[in-house]
Structures are given as C-alpha cells and as structure tokens.
Design a protein around this ligand. Sequence first.
Ligand code: SAH
Ligand code: SF4
Ligand code: F3S
Length: 484
Amino acid sequence: MIEKEKWERTFREPLDEPPAHEPERQYYFMEKARKYIQEASARAGRPLTFHVTTFGCQMNARDSEKLEGILKKVGYVEEPEEEKADFVIYNTCTVRENANQRVYGRLGQLGHAKKSNPHMMIALCGCMMQEPQVVEKLKKSYHFVDIIFGTHNIYKFAELIAARMESDRMIIDIWKDTDKIVEDLPVARKYPFKSGVNIMFGCNNFCSYCIVPYVRGRERSRDPKAIIREVERLAADGVVEIMLLGQNVNSYGKTLEHPMTFAQLLEEVEKVDGIERIRFMTSHPKDLSDELIEVMGRSKKICRHLHLPVQSGSSRILEKMNRRYTKEQYLALVEKIRAAVPDISLTTDIIVGFPGETEEDFQETLDVVRRVRYDSAFTFIYSKRTGTPAAAMEDQVPQVVVKDRFDRLLKEVQEIAGEVCAVHQGTVQEVLVESVNDHDPSLMTGRMSNNLLVHFPGGEDLTGKLVQVRLDECRGFYYLGHMV
Ligand code: SAH
Ligand code: SF4
Ligand code: F3S
C-alpha cells in the first residue's frame, strides 16, 4: 500500500536546515509556511481563509481540530462556508461506500470553484486516502487537488503546505503504517468546554467487514503521562467534559512498555481537578472487563452512557464477523453492567445484511434489540469494502431483502428508544449547557450525563456551565425543561 512521492526541496533560505526531531521540525515548517501565506495574502490584499470539512467518526473530528490548529498557526483564518474558502481540506472517511461517493461528488464542485479563485488550494486526507485505488483515481482524474496525505502523518501538515508552496506539483505523502505518536502540536478546539482526547490509534481487531484496521494501521496506545498532561492542560483551559477516543478503548495499554488497563487510566483521569465529566468511545464487548464495570460503578465523573456496538444478534453471524463474542455473552455483559450501573444508558451499532444473514439471523438481532432496549442505535446497511474478508464471502444478501430488514429494524429501534427516553420525565438532571438552540434563540441546549439533550429557557452566558434542569416534557428523543 506504500504510495510515497518525494518532492523537491528548494528552500528559499538554503542555509536554514529543518530540525530532525518532532515536534520541533513541524514548528520550523509552520514558521516557513506562515511566511509564504503572509506573502500570498499580501498579494491578495486580504487574509487567506480555510475550511475543513470532516466526514466520519469522532477520531476524524479530533484530527480535524489538529489540522485547524496548524492552519491557524500558519496564518489562515477560518471561513464558515466551504465555497468561499481559499484552502479547502476534506478529512475523509471510507467505512462505508456512500461516504466515498459523497467525497467525489463534492470534489467535482470544488474543482469548478478553484477555476475562479487563483489563491485556492485543495487538500485531501483521512481514511479514504489510505486506499491505493482512491489515490490512483485522484491522480488520474482530479489534477486540481494540491495535497494528498493519509491518517498516519497529519502532524506533518505544515511541512506539506510549505512543500506545496515551493513546488507546482500535487504533493502526495501517504504512509502504510506508523509506530510514531507526535505530541504537543497545536489544536483548535471546536468547543471551549469539552474536548476529545486520543488515547489510542489504529485497530487490531479485523472484524471481517471493516476497513478501519487497514486504513488506520496497528493499534498503538498513547503514553498515559502524555494523556494526563493533555487532560490537565484542557482542564486549566476551562474544559469540563472530555471524551477519551479510540477504536477499541477497552484494549488500551496492552502494548505499552509498562502495560496498564483502560480502567486504571480512567482512574487517573478522574483525579484531574476541573474535569467534571468523562466519556469514552468505542467499547468492544469482547474486551470490556469486570474491572472497568467496577470503576464505572463507583466513579463520580464517568458519564452514565455506554456505547456498546453489538453489530448482530446472531451468534452464527457474529462468528463470521470475527467479533469474538456470542449473543449470550453480549446479553450477559449487558446484565452485569446494568447491575453495577442501574441508570446507565446503552447505545449500539448494528449492521444489517452481512453476507449470509438469513431471516432467522435477523430475528436474533431484533431479539437483542427488544431485550436490551437501547436508548438509541445506529443502524447500517452492510457495505462491501474492498480488501476485507467479508467482501469475498459468498451469499451477499440482495438489496431488496436488506432494505426491508433495515426498515423493520429501524422501526423497532425507534419505538423502543422513544419509550426508554420518556422514563426520565419529571426528574431533575445535571446538564452541561452546550449551545443556543438552533430553532429558538430563547432556549439553550444541554446534554445530560446519559447523552440525551434537553432544551430550556436561558441565556448564552450559561454555555459551558453545569446546571440542574427539570425535564418537563419528553419529545421523542429529547426533552423540554426548565432550570431549577
Ligand atoms: N471501532 C468501533 C466502530 C468503528 S466503525 C467498534 O468496533 O465498535 C463504526 C461502525 O460502522 C461500526 O460499529 C459498524 O457498525 C459500522 N461499519 C463498519 N464497517 C461497516 C461496513 N462495511 N458496512 C456497514 N457498516 C459498517
Ligand atoms: Fe472495525 Fe472492528 Fe476495529 Fe471497530 S473493532 S474499528 S468494527 S475492526
Ligand atoms: Fe471513517 Fe476512518 Fe473513522 S474510516 S469511521 S473516519 S476511523
């Protein structure tokens, strides 16, 4: 999968050598890029602007904050509308085919916009770029793209920008994998009061349908000291809620020089003053330990919400998916969690139409949904990903059958979620106030520990505060309430 093109280094200040070590090297290139951008914006007679469009999961959202940190550092100004920006960056996802198609569609439109803006640059990065056939297609049919890079080297963004400004060619830099984690680079957070924190990168699980291990590389845990240092800095900066991020947080720490468990890490994070809420994503059921359940049960800060993807309710399909648990084990785990944390809200991911899925298998999935009674569930139609074992399996399920199952599943999930949501009516809950309500500016929107939203009268000054709200009326998947 290696696709690494060297570019010419014709530095304008040839005596000036970049440092060999990170992150110093990147700060050197940020400075260099800043000079080029200053010159370009002097020519344009206005500040140059950027827009990052993010596809995919929370990991990508966090990566985009890192890209934005670098962009601001080199002197670009954020532009809320993609079409108006001088530098457009697509941070892509390839977990399902439709995510891919959206990128190509939008890219075509960007190509037109570029014709009328001489300052415009386009960069593509993220999971889709780790697929060799994607990069081939871009090279062949999308000449107007300026920079292409992958998931393992986003920390080099400034270096790539500088390289592009010194050359007139498309810059492509994609690594197959890495064991490197570069710390202490700039980050521009989307929210002042909450933040994601990466605790691990990559995935070793190789669920048979999933492309993530191929595009994100092998599992690597971040040094716990670096994690705690980041959390402390965030707390000092006013952050009250953090979300620990990884494809499989429950296997955190296994590959560290001094191994530690995810539960132990949580206890360390819990000690950081100023952090009031801790969330994490995603938990793989096979690695969810009794120790973690115990820590969740006694924690004052870990939120009452667990996202526990089941994928299928059929043990036969779970085996073909390489999930390494059975329906019975999953249900037993749910029981154990509910016994330790009775008010926990459970959510999940479900795939419909995995190769060979029969109506009986599908009924097993419905059975799990009815037994667990999820607070919400993300339901996906199986998407064939090139290079994964499932793509080569026989008996791919016909689309009409999948669509019918998907509709039945969605109906069941929504009915149950509506009922489950309504049980909190009349209670008083602590909520973190996130924003002014989109539809009614007299209302503020807050998030409860269990991840449900409530809208209530209040002023913008409440943003980022934890307040007590009475839940007056359940409106399906959210509440209306008032502060007490
Ligand atoms: N690491 C997480 C999931 C990351 S991908 C976990 O293991 O839970 C998010 C979700 O996308 C998955 O949970 C799965 O439900 C879905 N997904 C992944 N590959 C898919 C595919 N090929 N087709 C349809 N859905 C898929
Ligand atoms: Fe994909 Fe499975 Fe890894 Fe999740 S655990 S990212 S579904 S391979
Ligand atoms: Fe998509 Fe990559 Fe996340 S494929 S779901 S953005 S890890």
